[in-house]
Design a protein around this ligand. Structure first.
Ligand SMILES: [Fe+2]
Length: 298
């Protein structure tokens, strides 16, 4: 009998190539980018137009967990990541206009994960204040160390940016860049100006801290992650899913919520749009239930 024209080593190599090609297709390397989706604001009880939003606040979602705030004459970036890829995952949506990285007064980083702390993006922002968790500065490259006035903070610290007061609050999430690293923390931020309070959660798994933050700060508006939950057995201890995000809004007693951490980079197994579709369904069912049995206290 004739032998196979290729040996077992070649079959192994071909199988590996097929696997990596399928993985690259799944990550989206060969797909055209979709337009950057619009930022959505929700209330748990009804009309999104009723969500609290001060007139002097301009908020732009830049994709994934990245936001630009223009508030009280200051411009603040939260976890800005606009790069073409995060690790091996390509950006699946367009970038916001280049002006979104200009005129910035301060950058706030919640933790060192690559989808929140990106040296390439930081190098494209004009020189400004950069605040990041203690020890995370070791991941700041030389270019950004020289470019920005960087400062580290600890949990519970306060930072003043113009008329905006920032407080560093808890998150239940690893602060490391790579899983074998120890001694790093992740956090969220409370930002306050006048009588309006904004909560930016960064990344977090479910925890009692949502209730504590609600009790201590009474945020009006919450920016909450909703994606990165699949497979659940692995990511339950790292990211909330949409029902947990809705429950977090209730515990925070926030009147409005803007979901993020979805649709931009494939960082987990769920579909790119699955988190926001699930979140919309959860909010809708809660609104319907609240209309059926209105709370007599409201
Ligand atoms: Fe993270």
């Amino acid at each position: 009998m004739d032998s196979l024209p290729i040996g077992p080593n070649a079959i192994f190599v071909l199988a590996q190539m097929a696997f990596w090609l399928a993985f690259a297709i799944w990550l989206g390397w060969f797909r055209p980018r979709r337009p950057l989706p619009a930022m959505e604001i929700f209330t748990l009880k009804g009309d999104p137009a009723q969500a609290p939003f001060p007139e002097d606040l301009q908020l732009h979602w830049l994709g994934h967990s990245s936001f630009r705030l223009e508030w009280g004459g200051r411009v603040i970036l939260l976890d800005p990541v606009l790069s073409d890829h995060v690790s091996v995952a390509p950006r699946r949506v367009g970038r916001p206009g280049p002006g979104m990285l200009e005129g910035v007064d301060a950058i706030l980083l919640t933790h060192a994960h690559m989808d929140h702390f990106n040296n390439e993006t930081l190098a494209r922002v004009n020189p400004c204040q950069l605040h990041l968790p203690a020890k995370a500065e070791r991941f700041l490259n030389g270019r950004n160390r020289a470019r920005h006035q960087w400062h580290t903070f600890e949990m519970g610290d306060s930072i003043r940016i113009g008329e905006v007061d920032v407080t560093v609050v808890r998150a239940r999430h690893g602060g490391w860049r790579y899983p074998w690293q120890q001694g790093f923390f992740a956090c969220g931020f409370i930002l306050r100006r006048d009588d309006f309070t904004l909560y930016y959660a960064g990344d977090s798994a479910w925890g009692e801290h949502f209730e504590a933050i609600g009790r201590d700060f009474q945020p009006d508006l919450a920016l909450l992650p909703i994606g990165g939950y699949s497979p659940r057995w692995f990511l339950k201890s790292r990211h909330i899913n949409p029902p947990e995000a809705v429950e977090a809004v209730r515990r925070l007693q926030a009147r409005g919520v803007i979901p993020c951490h979805y649709g931009t980079y494939r960082v987990s197994l769920e579909g790119m749009e699955a988190p926001v579709m699930w979140f919309r369904r959860e909010v809708l069912s809660l609104q319907t239930a609240s209309r059926r049995s209105p709370d007599p206290r409201n």
